[in-house]
Design a binder for this molecule. Structure first.
Ligand code: UD1
Ligand code: CA
Length: 456
C-alpha cells in the first residue's frame, strides 16, 4: 500500500495573508487541491495532510473527503518532525509498503514524475532532485566518488565546498514505510536551525545499507514552490503557459498563448479558435469549429459546433447551440439555453430561459424565466417582467412571434404562435395567435404649444 504524506503546516509568512498558504489558489483552485490531484492519480491507500498554521481552515475546506486524513503538527519543528506526526497513521505494512512525502506549497508535481520516483525507489529510498544554476537556500545532494548519494546537507549547515554543489533536494522523497518510521525515530535537531530535518533520513539509510536512488522531475517548474505572492503569480503564468501548450498541441488555435487563462477543465473539438484575454472556469466544452472572441468569460458552459461567442461576452452555467451567435457584450446567466442558430446580441441578458432555434434578441433586452420558441424576433428594449418582488413568473413566447421594440411582458403571460406585439406594448394578458396586439396611448399634438425660451 502507498501512503502519501503532504506537509502543509508551515506559516507561509511571506504571503502576508490571513489565509493559510495552501488555500491560496493556482488556476482557480487551492494549491492543496493540485497536490491532492497529483496524489490521487497514484491511487494511494491513504493520504495524510500535516496541518499546523490555520489548521482549522484547511481541515474545514476538505471536510468529509474520502481517504483523506489530517494530523496536527504543533509547534512546527521541521520537516522530519512534521512527518513524525503522521507515523501513527502509516500502518504496520509489509516490506513493499511505501510512503511518499509531498509539499502543500509545491502544487504542480506531475503524476508521471511521482511514478518515476516510485519506480526509481525499487525497495529502497528515492529522492527527487534537480540541478540548479543557483542552488542557494536548498538542501544539497552530497555524493561520494562513485556518484552514490551519501547524505543531504541543508544550505545553512553546508560547508563552502558543499554549497558549490548544484544538485538540490526538491524535498519530495519516497521510502519504505517500515524503515522510514525507524529512521524518523533516530533523527535529531542538532543543526543550524534546531529543527528535525526529514533530509537526515538519507544519511541514516546510507548508514543502514539501504539502497538510495534519485529521480528528476519531467520539467523544472514541477517542483517550484510558492512562498510569496510573487512566486504564486509566476507559477500561475508558468502553469497557464503549460495549459495553453496542451491546448495548442491538441489542435486549438490560441491567438496568444500568453493571454489565456484556464481555471478548470476546457474540452475543445477540432478547429476551435480562442482569441486573447478569455477566462475559462469550471467545466467548459467547446465543440468543433467554435470561435471565442477576445475577452470573454465562460464558466460551466457548453457551446455547440460552429457557434460564435463574440468579444466581451460573459457566460455562466449556460448552453449555446450549434451555429448560434452570442455577443459582443452579451450575458448568459445560469439556465440560459440557446438552441441552434439563435442570436443573442449586444447588451442582452438571458437568464433561466430557453431560446428556440433561429430566434433572435439582438439588442438591449432582458429575457428571464422565459420559454421562447423558434424563429421568434425579440426587439430592442424588450423586458420580461418576471419578478414581483417575491415570486418569479414565466413568460411563454411561441414560435414565429414578433415582439416589437420596448415591450414589457408582465409575467406570467403568453404570446401565442405567430403573434405580433406592437412597439411599446405592456403585455399583461395573453396575445392571441397570428394577430397584432398592442397597448399604446393615442398620440396627440398640442396645437399652438410654445417651447419655453431663456431670457438673456
Ligand atoms: C526543505 C528541505 C530542503 C529542500 C527544500 C526544497 C528539509 C530539512 N529541507 O527546506 O532540503 O531543498 O525543502 O524546497 O526538509 N513544513 C511543515 N512543518 C514544519 C516545517 C515545514 O509542515 O515544521 C512544511 C512547510 O509548510 C513546507 C515544507 O514543509 O510546505 C517545506 O518547509 P520549508 O521550511 O520551506 O523547508 P526548506 O527549509 O525550504
Ligand atoms: Ca524554508
Amino acid at each position: 500500500m502507498l501512503n502519501i504524506v503532504i506537509l502543509a503546516a508551515g506559516m507561509g509568512k511571506r504571503m502576508q495573508s490571513d489565509l493559510p498558504k495552501v488555500l491560496h489558489t493556482l488556476a482557480g483552485k487551492p494549491m492543496l487541491d493540485h497536490v491532492l490531484d497529483g496524489a490521487r492519480a497514484l491511487s494511494p491507500g491513504r493520504i495524510i495532510v500535516v496541518v499546523g498554521h490555520g489548521a482549522d481552515r484547511v481541515q474545514a475546506a476538505y471536510a468529509g473527503q474520502e481517504g483523506l486524513h489530517f494530523v496536527l503538527q504543533q509547534p512546527q519543528q521541521g520537516t522530519g518532525h512534521a512527518v513524525q506526526q503522521a507515523v501513527p497513521l502509516l500502518g504496520q505494512g509489509d516490506a513493499d509498503d511505501a510512503t511518499l512525502v509531498l509539499y502543500g506549497d509545491v502544487p504542480l508535481v506531475q503524476p508521471e514524475t511521482l511514478r518515476s520516483l516510485l519506480q526509481a525507489r525499487g525497495r529502497g529510498l528515492a529522492v527527487l532532485t534537480e540541478h540548479l544554476a543557483d542552488p542557494t537556500g536548498y538542501g544539497r545532494i552530497v555524493r561520494d566518488a562513485q556518484g552514490k548519494v551519501v547524505r543531504i546537507v541543508e544550505h545553512k549547515d553546508a560547508s563552502p565546498a558543499e554549497r558549490r554543489i548544484g544538485e538540490v533536494n526538491t524535498g519530495i522523497v519516497a521510502a519504505p514505510t517500515g524503515l522510514l518510521k525507524d529512521w524518523l525515530s533516530r533523527i535529531s535537531n542538532d543543526n543550524a536551525q534546531g529543527e528535525y530535518y526529514l533530509t537526515d533520513i538519507i544519511g541514516l539509510a546510507v548508514a543502514d545499507g539501504a539502497p538510495v536512488s534519485t529521480a528528476h522531475p519531467g520539467a523544472a517548474w514541477e517542483t517550484l514552490g510558492v512562498n510569496s505572492r510573487l512566486q504564486q503569480a509566476e507559477l500561475e503564468r508558468i502553469w497557464q503557459r503549460e495549459l495553453a501548450r496542451r491546448q495548442l498541441e491538441a489542435g486549438v488555435t490560441l491567438a496568444d498563448p500568453a493571454r489565456f487563462d484556464q481555471r478548470g477543465s476546457l474540452k475543445c473539438g477540432r478547429d476551435v479558435y480562442i482569441d486573447v484575454g478569455c477566462v475559462f472556469e469550471g467545466e467548459v466544452e467547446l465543440a468543433d469549429g467554435v470561435r471565442v472572441g477576445p475577452h470573454c468569460m465562460l464558466r460551466d458552459v457548453r457551446v455547440g459546433a460552429g457557434a460564435r461567442i463574440e468579444a466581451y461576452s460573459h457566460l455562466q452555467q449556460a448552453e449555446v447551440g450549434a451555429q448560434a451567435q452570442v455577443g459582443p457584450y452579451a450575458r448568459l446567466r445560469p439556465g440560459a439555453r440557446l438552441e441552434e442558430q439563435a442570436h443573442i446580441g449586444n447588451f442582452v441578458e438571458i437568464k433561466n430561459s430557453r431560446i428556440g432555434k433561429g430566434s433572435k434578441a439582438n439588442h438591449l433586452a432582458y429575457v428571464g424565466d422565459a420559454d421562447v420558441g423558434q424563429r421568434v424576433n425579440i426587439g430592442a428594449g424588450t423586458i420580461t417582467c418576471n419578478y414581483d418582488g417575491v415570486n418569479k413568473h414565466r413568460t411563454v413566447i411561441e414560435d414565429d412571434a414578433f415582439i416589437g421594440s420596448d415591450t414589457q411582458l408582465v409575467a406570467p403571460v403568453t404570446v401565442r404562435r405567430g403573434a405580433t406585439l406592437g412597439a411599446g406594448t405592456t403585455l399583461t394578458r395573453e396575445a392571441p395567435a397570428g394577430q397584432l396586439t398592442l397597448s399604446r396611448s393615442p398620440q396627440t399634438t398640442i396645437a399652438g404649444w410654445k417651447r419655453p425660451v431663456k431670457k438673456s
